[in-house]
Design a protein around this ligand. Structure first.
Ligand code: MRU
Length: 347
């Protein structure tokens, strides 16, 4: 997508340096960071300077390729590096999908092969998201008021995004859409990133407090909900940003179509159900503190809770398949059923 008229991917490789948009600075500052070593790239993923399942996956693939370039003939080095990369964020399936593929390519074809595979992953990520946009846009009528949670736009992938790709496609087709953006506490990826993305594309949007979704649905203000996914089990149970589950329950109650948008790289065919999906717990500081700029643009962190209170911060929840109307993939829209999910691999 374009930022101030220039096309950017969220992440790309320059020789053996990973280049990224620093998402922790958005929407207040647009900065590119360079990560020349795989250990630094791991820190960038952990600190969520790059985040979102697809972007995490592509960055992890690049980190794996960096490790092969650093390793020379040291076979142990790449195994240790793989473990280090895989320990950064446990829920996003795309991360493991990427390390599996780049590791296998590196073992077979060496450092050059690893780098080519990492680039191929980035290209596939973009093409899949584009196709999700084409398939998903049929769900969006002219005048649609669509709600989304967290950020599953282009910032969460290499380009285009999953849940927002149908929006970009539908807008390009001339449809008028209003996107309701859940703020998505505690890190506010909705209020900060999704809102910034949509503003950048001049797409009408309104930020909703996290606890307003059910009320808006009860008032007939929401026609459709599309969210992304971090891992989808074989039976269709889907892990996504914390807060998704309660939106899905509310949507089900009010008969509002609730869709997941995700590429095949987010499906975990070895994971039987949502019970087997590892859920990342993050620091309580993310709940207790918020950051933002002062009037001079300097970023500060402030305490927003009672001093000394503890907080619990599960980063994801799992929406059971029976609450999901369909899953928009690069191969088409499928039912969240094991038989349909298994078939995806064969198409
Ligand atoms: O913790 P994050 O920001 O990496 O979480 C990922 C997300 O933004 C969401 O869960 C999103 O809906 C799925 S990622 C395509």
């Amino acid at each position: 997508m374009k930022v101030n008229g220039t096309h950017y991917r969220t992440v790309w490789m320059q020789q053996t340096t990973v280049m990224l948009i620093d998402q922790n600075k958005l929407p207040f500052k647009f900065e590119i960071i360079a990560s020349p070593h795989h250990t630094e790239t791991c820190e960038v993923i952990k600190d969520m300077r790059v985040r979102g399942a697809g972007a995490i996956g592509v960055t992890a693939g690049y980190a794996m390729a960096q490790a092969f370039a650093e390793a020379g003939s040291d076979a142990e080095y790449v195994k240790i590096a793989r473990k280090r990369i895989e320990a950064t964020r446990p829920t996003a399936r795309n991360l493991f999908y990427a390390t599996d593929r780049v590791f296998a390519a590196g073992i077979k074809h060496g450092s050059k092969g690893a780098m080519q595979e990492a680039e191929l992953l980035a290209t596939e990520d973009i093409e899949s998201c584009k196709a999700i946009g084409r398939f998903g846009s049929v769900l969006i009528d002219d005048g649609c008021r669509m709600e989304t949670h967290c950020n599953a736009g282009w910032l969460a992938f290499t380009d285009y995004g999953s849940a927002l790709s149908p929006v970009y496609h539908a807008v390009a087709e001339g449809k008028n859409i209003l996107v309701y953006v859940d703020e998505t506490r505690p890190r506010s990826q909705g209020a900060r990133l999704t809102a910034w993305e949509l503003a950048n594309e001049q797409i009408p949007h309104t930020i909703l407090p996290d606890n307003a979704g059910a009320w808006m649905m009860s008032q007939g203000e929401i026609d459709l909900m599309i969210v992304g996914a971090d891992r989808i089990a074989r039976n269709g149970d889907t892990a996504n940003k914390i807060g998704t589950l309660e939106k899905a329950i509310a949507a089900h109650h009010y008969g509002i179509p609730f869709y997941i948008a995700a590429p095949l790289s987010t499906f975990d065919f070895d994971c039987a159900s949502g019970k087997d999906i590892p859920i990342e717990a993050r620091s309580e500081a993310e709940v207790l503190y918020q950051s933002g700029p002062d009037k001079d643009g300097v970023l500060h962190e402030i305490l927003v809770a009672s001093p000394g209170s503890a907080a619990f911060n599960p980063a994801f929840d799992v929406t059971p398949a029976n609450l999901i109307r369909g899953i928009i993939t690069e191969k088409g829209i499928i039912r969240p059923r094991e038989e349909d999910i298994i078939k995806l691999r064969e198409i």
